[in-house]
Design a protein. Sequence first.
Length: 101
Amino acid sequence: MKIKLGGIYYTVCKVLDLHDGEQKLDGQLKHSEASIYLDSVLCPQAEIQTTLHEIVHVITAQNGRQDMGEDAVDAMAFGLMGFLRDNPRLVKRWMDILAVK
Ligand SMILES: [Zn+2]
């Protein structure tokens, strides 16, 4: 799957047993590869939250806010997920407005 963020298309890949060295990861952004890696065992809800987490990393990096810590990135990801889940009619209306015609 590809996600367009800013001017870059990121490839989203599921990986079995995702690690960074000894550290177990749910997700990982690699700017140099324009890739987002997700652990393949994540349940669907965790996969969505983790994808949003990595998307927030991309957005903050592209806008000069690499200083946001993991806690703030996670807060944004959980907040966005809650907003999307709690407001499906509003999200659909906005998507209809923003759709390329
Ligand atoms: Zn992170």
